[in-house]
Design a protein around this ligand. Structure first.
Ligand SMILES: *Cc1c(COP(=O)(O)O)cnc(C)c1O
Length: 341
């Protein structure tokens, strides 16, 4: 987390039902719309919730007349979209990206009529960044809603709602934005706003109420005030330096770290890695979760373990937020020591 963001975390949380805080929400909305290439007329819903709640809120708020959606299921976050849809009685046709990517020709050709395609553009469990060209053109041709969870690639990898015909874009505070967890944003294109359920089966998150209150810079229920203030500072800094500076920083960190990886008995797990993180697989029989545990207990360094079937085979190194090569040097040194033992 940048120092400027951490400093706000230590300050008093102000009153928010007033003009001063409304101005903050409105500024955050307009800065966000600019950063994601949102088409004219797009709006932002600010939810006090983690990313999964935003995924669920999107599914509950969009109107699916045929009751059928398609989900790109390439890992645990794709599976989460499948589970959310099924939990609410929506039929799911899964797209299983075989080679790991979505660029394989014809992946969308045999899809039945669906109301939406749901995809986590960076499948964070395996470190695969999808190419959205085909899902975008499918959605354009069939007038289908394109729902994209960009939680773990916003600010580290290029993202453009207009180019990729994205109708509902999901972002959270605690990945590339590197703010405290607890705030999620859903950016809705004009097309998505026209296809909102009139009576969504959610009391807490009916998007139409959020959009209405958002016009005057407010939310129906108490927002994550402190995190919204962190967001304002972060977005302002990004606007001053330019988003390309953010993308370049992540790219530099990723390539700096990956260039060192041949020193240890590990291999890159995916051929379509984002700048956001590096997914590694041990090649010497060591368990991935054991390496994660040892780095924490022996060196005080935190990398991410995987759950379920990948617990033994994959661990992940983030390049999000305010990471620098100095941070990575600490990890590199620790891994050198670890493997020299
Ligand atoms: C982290 C993440 C989420 C959100 O998870 P929460 O724990 O609910 O914040 C959703 N989708 C992707 C792709 C993620 O990486």
């Amino acid at each position: 987390m940048p120092l400027s963001v951490r400093e706000i975390g230590g300050q008093q949380v102000p009153a928010f039902r007033n003009a001063a805080f409304s101005a903050v929400i409105q500024e955050c909305e307009s800065l966000l719309l600019g950063l994601v290439g949102a088409p004219t007329g797009s709006r932002v819903v600010f939810l006090t919730a983690s990313g999964t709640a935003a995924m669920e809120a999107v599914v509950l708020n969009l109107n699916f007349p045929t009751g059928q959606v398609s989900v790109v299921n390439g890992g645990s976050f794709g599976q989460r979209f499948v589970d959310i849809a099924q939990c609410h009685g929506i039929g799911v046709t899964e797209i299983l990206p075989g080679s790991g990517d979505l660029s394989e020709v014809g992946m969308f050709d045999s899809l039945p009529a669906v109301d939406a395609v749901l995809v986590n553009v960076h499948e964070t469990s395996t470190g695969v960044l999808y190419d959205l060209t085909q899902s975008a053109s499918f959605c354009r041709q069939r007038d289908t809603l394109h729902v994209v969870d960009a939680i773990s690639m916003f600010l580290t990898d290029p993202l453009d709602m207009t180019r990729d015909a994205i109708d509902a874009l999901i972002i959270s505070s605690h990945k590339g934005l590197a703010l405290a967890p607890g705030l999620s944003m859903v950016v809705l294109s004009p097309k998505a706003q026209h296809r909102l359920e009139a009576n969504p089966k959610t009391y807490y998150a009916p998007f139409s109420s959020y959009l209405r209150d958002g016009l005057r810079g407010q939310t129906p229920f108490t927002p994550a005030v402190g995190i919204v203030l962190q967001l304002q500072v972060r977005l302002r800094e990004i606007m001053i330096r330019g988003i390309s500076h953010e993308l370049e920083r992540a790219k530099q960190c990723a390539s700096y770290f990956r260039a060192k990886c041949n020193r240890w008995p590990v291999r890159l797990y995916s051929n379509h890695m984002p700048n956001a993180m590096t997914a590694l697989s041990p090649t010497d029989g060591r368990k991935a979760w054991q390496i994660v545990h040892d780095l924490e207990t022996q060196f005080g360094i935190y990398v991410a373990a995987n759950g379920g079937a990948l617990a033994d085979t994959v661990f992940r190194v983030a390049h999000m937020g305010d990471q620098t090569e100095t941070h990575l040097d600490n990890l590199i040194q620790a891994l050198d020591t670890y493997y020299a033992k």
